[in-house]
Design a protein around this ligand. Structure first.
Ligand code: IMP
Length: 201
């Protein structure tokens, strides 16, 4: 069984192949490059779910195979859910983690500790050639610190404090983060849903 992941990120593909492969040993995850798609997919959605569906639909359309995609980001309660779908480009340039974290700290400068609640959210979508689609969401809740802690992870991890473990997500090992993260939860939920659907569509 082949599926096309709407990504060119080899690390993301390998990680998902491992996680999904535990439940579906016959699943082979292909990338957009593997199916000869050279274009960019515009993430024009206003929600994580819309963006995941746009990406999964495109992967399906260009390959004729089931398409799979994820979209994730940080939602800060005191900022009405920002940076949300703009998480990667919050400070302007795409994926500038330093600038994004600096902007987040400055936006929250006058927000007291107890109001600095936030969640990482991950939506995953699968779209089949017959038009069937499923979406799932994973979430992890925590607090935004006033300074960075830890060297692991990426993005907003050094500012995202996870109270149950008393650490930021940048201080967790990959296994620890995967066990509690929005992405880990979304993948586990997707496995359950795909099993119920026998991943045939
Ligand atoms: P993507 O949809 O997985 O590419 O994530 C979009 C953006 O959300 C990233 O560039 C990060 O800024 C942020 N983000 C998503 N997941 C995480 C995470 O696990 N830790 C820290 N930042 C994240």
């Amino acid at each position: 069984m082949k599926m096309v992941l709407a990504s060119r990120n080899r690390k993301k593909i390998a990680e998902l192949q491992t996680l999904l492969g535990e439940s579906f040993p016959d699943l082979e995850l292909l990338s957009l490059d593997d199916v000869g798609f050279v274009g960019e997919i515009e993430e024009t959605g206003e929600t994580f779910e819309e963006n995941a569906l746009i990406k999964a639909q495109t992967a399906c359309r260009v390959s004729g195979l089931p398409g799979i995609a994820d979209d994730s980001g940080l939602a800060v309660d005191a900022l009405n859910g920002a940076p949300g779908v703009y998480s990667a480009r919050y400070a302007g340039g795409h994926g500038d983690d330093e600038a994004n974290n600096a902007k987040l700290l400055s936006e929250l400068e006058n927000v007291p500790d107890e109001k600095r609640t936030a969640s990482f959210i991950c939506c995953m979508a699968v779209v089949w050639p017959n038009g069937k689609k499923v979406t799932v969401q994973g979430r992890v809740s925590g607090l935004i610190l006033r300074e960075k802690r830890g060297n692991g992870g990426f993005g907003y991890d050094p500012l995202f404090y996870y109270p149950p473990l008393g650490k930021t997500t940048a201080e967790l090992s990959a296994e620890e983060k995967n066990a509690v993260s929005h992405r880990g939860s979304a993948v586990r939920e997707l496995c359950r849903v795909l099993k119920d659907n026998k991943i045939s569509g």
